[in-house]
Design a protein around this ligand. Sequence first.
Ligand code: PLP
Length: 399
Amino acid sequence: MSFFASRLERIKPSPITSATRKVRELRAQGRDIIGLTIGEPDFATPENVKRAARDAIANDETHYTEPDGTDELKEAIRTKFSRENGLDFARDQITVANGAKQVLYNAMMATLMPGDEVLIPAPYWVSYVDLVLVADGTPRIVECGERNGFKLTPSQLDAALTRRTKWVLLNSPSNPSGAVYSRSELQALADVLLRHPQVWILSDDIYEHLVFDGREFTTMAQAAPALRDRTLTVNGVSKAYSMTGWRIGYAAGPQALIANMAKLQSQSTSNPCSISQCAAVEALTGAQESVLARTLEFQHRRDLVLSLLAGTPGLRCHPPQGAFYVYANCMEALGRKTAEGRTIATEEDFVLHLLDHGVAGVPGAAYGLGPYVRFSIAADIEMLKEGCRRIRHACADLR
Ligand SMILES: Cc1ncc(COP(=O)(O)O)c(C=O)c1O
């Protein structure tokens, strides 16, 4: 019998980390690779936030804090929800963890029993499935194709819910598709959920600020107040404030759920870094100009990438409405041959072919919907231009 717990056999390391490691390895061998795999803003953390962290160290804010976040940070989060989402929460309805990822982990670990199902619309963020599996749950994947803008429809939701469904995971703007649910789309899903009182909703809003073309961001608790007592609204500072390394995520929801998530965290990691918490207070309550400026920059990059890839043989890009990825359909590239006579049979072959041409993306299999490749647009303009040139070249090379 293995020394290692059987739960580890259910999960796999993140394919994004593997893809990014591959890029690093190839570069170490001297290869020139444009890496479009990574899921983090390429901007620096704003100056005011860095200053707050330096002040925190100078002021000796370097001790244990309350296990799931300081009162100051929870107040800042309350202010954020009220200011940006029109949602009022009490302090004991808020929890802070080491990134939104730990929030999701806590929520699944605190609620799932063997046999409980979690409905996950695909394409999905890679970690959802593994987070459910490690917590003894059963992921139920619902494929949401390009025809409906990669969004879950009310009839798909209705058909997929069972007596064992405990959670529905919604992510808008979506990683990897960039789909953004409108208020009325959320309300239509809510109409179905209101008929299934045993089902809870986890709304992963981590890309909240990255919405394009003047679209309005809405979260489920706002669109459907009747669902608030079974909705966990998850967010964090990683993407909005370029703070991926600081590891601060948070959530707001019913007090009993929050208390149980906090209990679990108190016996695992305890508090997130005290200095990062001070920095997150400044991020959420300080100047917000950089958020909009960076969103406009991402929108500009999206437009650039879409225009540079338009008409590329074998590739079709559905315009993302938010986040910072382009999820490109490579169906028409399959079955073609490279100049060396190799057949591109799968999306993985296609991704390897792109690597041969010096550009890296992540195969759609990682996100539960193929054949696609996810390209991150969190790279500077010159890199994106060169990356797109290489993608076009690689595609033109196929017969
Ligand atoms: C959809 C989604 N949710 C959550 C996370 C995790 O964010 P954090 O850095 O706060 O753990 C990510 C990070 O890539 C993500 O893409």
